[in-house]
Ligand binder design. Structure first.
Ligand code: 4NP
Length: 152
């Protein structure tokens, strides 16, 4: 079982989008039973809240199921539990390490580091551009899938 945790600032826009798109990709490739996938925030701002309507609308448009999400904050226990902790931007990594401590086991990644053009995923909370967020997330997840297929 490979355990993957996607992390962003609020856990209502980017990381749940990555969680549900990745779950959909796994379902379509028949691999969902080999994975445990979740998402979490670094901040406390949105704890308990459901997915942002921008993410919800985009997922609906793409025919991707969006579960009964409740935003939660990453914990120290998550660092032990998950194999891959995948952040959306550099700032998330700094914030994650403030909560879980230094990444001594090398589990923390940035999603677009798995793509051909490593970069941050801009926060749609500020940009309002959920189409761009979706395209970036798909690009990162395709790269992550390729990476996993080589690693396992
Ligand atoms: P996310 O977007 O990190 O992609 O979920 C944000 C959502 C909420 C806030 C910031 C970013 N906020 O400050 O409440």
């Amino acid at each position: 079982m490979i355990k993957v945790l996607f992390v962003c600032l609020g856990n209502i826009c980017r990381s749940p989008m990555a969680e549900y798109v990745f779950k959909d990709m796994l379902k379509k490739s028949g691999e969902e039973e080999n994975f445990y996938v979740d998402s979490a925030a670094t901040s406390t701002e949105e704890i308990g809240n459901s997915v942002h309507y921008g993410t919800r609308n985009k997922l609906k448009q793409m025919n991707i199921e969006c579960g009964n999400h409740k935003a939660r904050r990453i914990t120290k226990q998550d660092y032990e539990k998950f194999d891959y902790i995948i952040a959306m931007e550099e700032r998330n990594i700094i914030d994650i390490e403030r909560i879980v401590g230094k990444d001594i086991k090398g589990k923390i990644y940035k999603l677009l580091d798995f793509s051909d053009y490593p970069r941050d995923i801009a926060d749609p909370w500020y940009t309002g551009n959920f189409d761009k967020t979706y395209d970036d997330i798909v690009q990162g997840l395709n790269g992550f899938m390729k990476y996993l297929n080589k690693a396992n």
